[in-house]
Design a protein around this ligand. Structure first.
Ligand SMILES: Nc1ncnc2c1ncn2[C@@H]1O[C@H](COP(=O)(O)OP(=O)(O)OP(=O)(O)O)[C@@H](O)[C@H]1O
Ligand SMILES: [Mg+2]
Length: 408
């Protein structure tokens, strides 16, 4: 395996002015779902503006955002098993789901499609997840990240700062993926090889040469992961610091973010090959401890993202529920601005599930203004249309009712 170190994204010098260019919006112009959760078949034509989805509880708002999130690599915004996404209906069992979209981005229009079919009943093609880009089948879903950049916020992330570090890492890695489309594949490779090493360590007489080979792969992937995270976080932290104190809107508190990880700390100071060699030796030296613990004790899978509420100078985990939400929104907006600047003027797609919950009216309206200014196709959900009244004609509105969607 070759090690590719993510280079810091080169930003135009005037990023501080937040002029990301006029590339337009990375936007879905068409979206089609088949047998996905509560949708048997759905086809939507869309404008590049923000999309507001309203409907009663259980109408299918989050399901639609989840379907869009499947157009990126990974398991989507609920991290649900693929089999769970197949439409389940009494007396009727669907065996596959599909999501297809036309995305307007810097390289023009691209058709993205992903589908999953039950491997047990798929027959010839083996089933599982399939991905097509402009009609061409891809070897892995990782290829999608070269065509779409998407970030999401869901109600379950309200506990991101107080919950386990793994959730913050997942959030961080999703942000990093927008900077570096190969990041997801590296994280997957690292985790796969680490699981293999853990399994090997469980055996009484494990093969030393085999372990060394796995540790070499872990060192290469691990250092590349740390470098990509470190590059992305320093870009983001710099923008947050610059805009924070002189925030364009002042609707969201400024945030200090920093990485807390063994490798991430080293990659910014030492050459990658040195960090790689050090980590490889560390893994070799800790085989006995790792075998006793039943897991790998050192590596990028133990890193964390530290977030501090700038004006108050306190850790995000001490902040109120509404404050935590505002911090998260602030990070996602700053990230979208950095990506817009680095990505030819295209802000990422934003999936904001019930984002207005916990935000007071002025913050809510401030958020809408910032989304419109960003030019992002932000998908927002809510049970109550009146929450979105200040958006007026700056958005398109879809009313959902049990798997069907009407434009209003
Ligand atoms: N695999 C599936 N097959 C069929 N229906 C499903 C499947 N998974 C979930 N559902 C149904 O989809 C419905 C809509 O869920 P969704 O989470 O999208 O609702 P929502 O509009 O976001 O509601 P809320 O306002 O409560 O968040 C639920 O009634 C759920 O039972
Ligand atoms: Mg929902």
């Amino acid at each position: 395996m070759t090690t590719t170190i993510a280079q810091p994204v080169r930003l135009p010098p005037d990023i501080a002015s937040e002029e990301g260019g006029d590339g337009g919006a990375l936007a879905l112009s068409r979206l089609a779902l088949s047998d996905f959760r509560n949708y048997s078949s759905l086809k939507l034509d869309l404008e590049p503006q923000p999309v507001v989805l309203t409907g009663a509880n259980g109408a299918g708002k989050t399901n639609l955002l989840e379907a869009i999130s499947m157009l990126a690599p990974g398991r989507g915004l609920r991290s649900a098993p693929f089999a769970e996404l197949v439409r389940a209906k009494k007396d009727e069992v669907a065996r596959q789901w599909g999501v297809a979209a036309t995305v307007h981005g810097p390289t023009g229009e691209t058709r993205l499609g992903t589908a999953w079919s039950d491997p047990e009943t798929a027959g010839g093609n083996g089933g599982g997840r399939q991905v097509k880009i402009d009609g061409v089948a891809q070897k892995s879903s990782g290829a999608l990240s070269h065509h779409i950049r998407v970030t999401w916020l869901t109600p379950s992330m309200d506990r991101l700062f107080t919950g386990p570090a793994a959730d913050r890492r997942r959030f961080l890695d999703r942000l990093v993926l927008s900077f570096d489309p190969d990041h997801g594949t590296r994280v997957q490779t690292f985790e796969k090889v680490m699981r293999e090493r853990n399994r090997l360590l469980e055996q009484a007489s494990s093969n030393g040469a085999w372990l060394s080979g796995l540790e070499q792969q872990m060192a290469e992937a691990g250092v590349a992961i740390a470098a990509a995270r470190s590059a992305a976080v320093s870009e983001l932290a710099a923008l947050l610091a610059r805009t924070g104190k002189a925030s364009a809107s002042g609707h969201f508190p400024w945030v200090e973010i920093a990485l807390d990880g063994e490798l991430e700390g080293q990659v910014s100071e030492f050459p990658a090959v040195e960090v790689e060699e050090k980590y490889r030796r560390m893994l070799a030296d800790s085989r006995t401890q790792d075998a006793a613990a039943g897991r790998t004790l050192h590596g990028p899978h133990r890193s964390d993202l530290n977030v501090v509420h700038g004006p108050k100078g306190i850790a995000a985990s001490y902040c109120s529920t509404g404050e935590q939400k505002a911090l998260l929104v602030g990070i996602v907006l700053a990230h979208a601005r950095v990506i817009r600047a680095a990505f030819e003027g295209y802000a990422p797609l934003l999936l904001l599930d019930e984002v207005s919950a916990h935000l007071d009216e002025s913050r809510r309206n401030g958020l809408f203004d910032e989304l419109v200014e960003l030019g992002a196709q932000a998908w927002m959900t809510g049970t109550d249309l009146s929450l979105f009244s200040s958006l007026g004609e700056r958005a398109q509105y879809l009313a959902m009712d049990d798997g069907s969607v009407k434009r209003t």
